[in-house]
Design a protein around this ligand. Structure first.
Ligand SMILES: Nc1ncnc2c1ncn2[C@@H]1O[C@H](COP(=O)(O)OP(=O)(O)OP(=O)(O)O)[C@@H](O)[C@H]1O
Ligand SMILES: [Mg+2]
Length: 439
């Protein structure tokens, strides 16, 4: 971005160096002319070009206008430059006319239109930030404001604007420094927290309201009606159980999240766990006329995992297939090894397929969100809280696994949980209960 010596956009020291260069080359040319007494017009034209070129060559070429470079300050300058480059948040230095002096890599990535010596407003047109700059220029006091970005994605930044002592070469005029802090994920977390509390309260309030309603009816109009009392007590029991399930699921989610960063260490065989869940859900399947089949490859189907969490994962998937598969459905549970594709390690796959009504594609990406249900009324009727698949996702995250869902309306659904397989390690022998050991 170098320019002619008389370019007003250059800094004062750069202009001084340029004129010094011009003067030296001019004097050189005049000395040669005087010595040779050559006064041809072409020679004077060449002399003029030499003057301009001398100034251009003598001027400093660096773009950086971080505190003025002089020999004694080189080390400090490079330290400041390195610091600025390594700050992960965007930092922009501007002068009193809001022309950009320096911007670090994070700032240039965020605002690609930022150019040294060009107005900041070319790249950042936010009125709140530009007004903030004016205010800091007049008051000298630091200030914080918000900068909201709409494209390519919605992001919110906190912008701190402060003053910074300018270089002596620029008359010591203070420059302004803008620090941008990305608040996007903090805001998203806050929204999630608020939504979560609202959803959990709503889920608890519904059965509570129903319980209170039945209690009032039993205390009032149905006081002497034993048939109504038995019916209402059965419904009240259902509602109380639903609240218990919700609280259990909430506690289970927070427990899994608490250990999310601690990878499980024990090696377990998934086959027997699947058998245990299928057996325990047989009564529920029987009530609904659903047939559940289990197929497992020869043992061991070993993964490094938390036994209770893997049991819960299989339970949530099989229970969903039984609940939403519909009357007379068939649920096929299969535990198998998957041949590694590409660079992936061998996996153990737990696939739960049903031939039920299936799920419309628009719901698929949201199924693992907390409290998300395709049909909230029917899920509630089935005693669902909308936390099952969120728990599955969190368990898989902790186990470095992944969940895939294939479903089409009318074609049934297949939920596939993949966990990294443990190969070539023997399974620990489960300790027997103390009474049996002593026998
Ligand atoms: N096999 C399935 N077939 C059709 N829909 C399903 C199936 N599995 C899940 N769904 C849909 O996904 C939604 C979310 O499932 P999830 O297990 O997270 O919650 P839930 O079953 O409603 O409640 P919970 O599991 O906490 O008791 C369900 O409400 C249901 O609409
Ligand atoms: Mg469920």
């Amino acid at each position: 971005m170098s320019s002619l010596p008389f370019d007003p956009r250059r800094s004062a020291p750069a202009r001084r160096a340029a004129w010094r260069g011009s003067l030296i080359s001019g004097l050189l040319v005049i000395a040669i002319v005087a010595w040779d007494r050559v006064a041809e017009p072409w020679f004077w034209a060449a002399a003029l070009i030499a003057i301009v070129a001398g100034g251009w060559l003598a001027s400093p070429r660096a773009e950086s206008v971080l505190p003025h470079r002089d020999s004694g300050k080189d080390a400090r300058h490079s330290l400041a430059e390195a610091l600025l480059a390594n700050i992960p948040d965007p930092v922009i230095l501007i002068d009193r006319r809001a022309l950009v002096i320096e911007a670090n890599a994070a700032a240039r990535a965020l605002l690609p239109a930022l150019r040294p010596r060009y107005p900041l407003s070319f790249a950042l047109r936010d009125p709140a930030v530009l007004d903030g700059i004016e205010t800091v220029l007049h008051s000298g006091e630091p200030l914080k404001t918000l900068y909201a970005l709409r494209v390519p994605t919605e992001r919110t930044f906190e912008v701190q604007i402060g003053t910074m002592q300018g270089a002596p070469a620029t008359g010591g005029q203070p420059n302004l420094v803008l620090f941008l802090r990305d608040l996007t994920s903090a805001k998203r977390l806050e929204t999630m927290r608020v939504d979560f509390v609202a959803n959990a309260s709503h889920e608890l309030r519904t059965p509570l309201a129903s319980l209170l309603g039945f209690i009032e009816t039993l205390q009032g109009p149905a006081r002497g009606d034993p048939v109504a009392r038995d019916r209402f007590l059965a419904i009240m029991r259902e509602q109380a159980l639903r609240m218990t399930r919700l609280i259990d699921d909430l506690l289970s989610l927070s427990r899994i999240e608490l250990h999310a960063h601690v990878p499980p260490t024990t090696v377990i065989d998934v086959g027997p766990l699947a058998r245990q869940i299928v057996d325990s859900l047989t009564p529920l399947a029987g009530e609904r006329g659903v047939t559940v089949t289990l197929e497992t490859e020869p043992p061991p189907l070993a993964v490094r995992g938390d036994r209770d969490e893997i049991l819960r994962l299989i339970e949530k998937l099989v229970e969903n297939a039984v609940k939403y598969g519909g009357e007379g459905a068939t649920v096929a549970v299969r535990v198998a090894r998957a041949a590694p594709e590409g660079v992936r390690a061998p996996q153990i796959v737990i696939a739960v397929a049903d031939d039920g009504p299936g799920i419309a594609p628009e719901h698929l990406p949201r199924l693992t969100e907390r409290f998300y249900r395709v049909d909230p009324a029917s899920s509630r009727q089935q005693g669902g809280t909308g936390l099952g698949l969120a728990i599955v996702k969190h368990i898989l995250n902790r186990h470095r696994g992944r969940l895939s869902i294939e479903s089409e309306p009318g074609q049934g659904s297949t939920f596939r949980a993949e966990l990294p397989a443990v190969v070539g390690e023997s399974l620990p022998v489960r300790a027997l209960p103390p009474a049996t050991q002593s026998a």
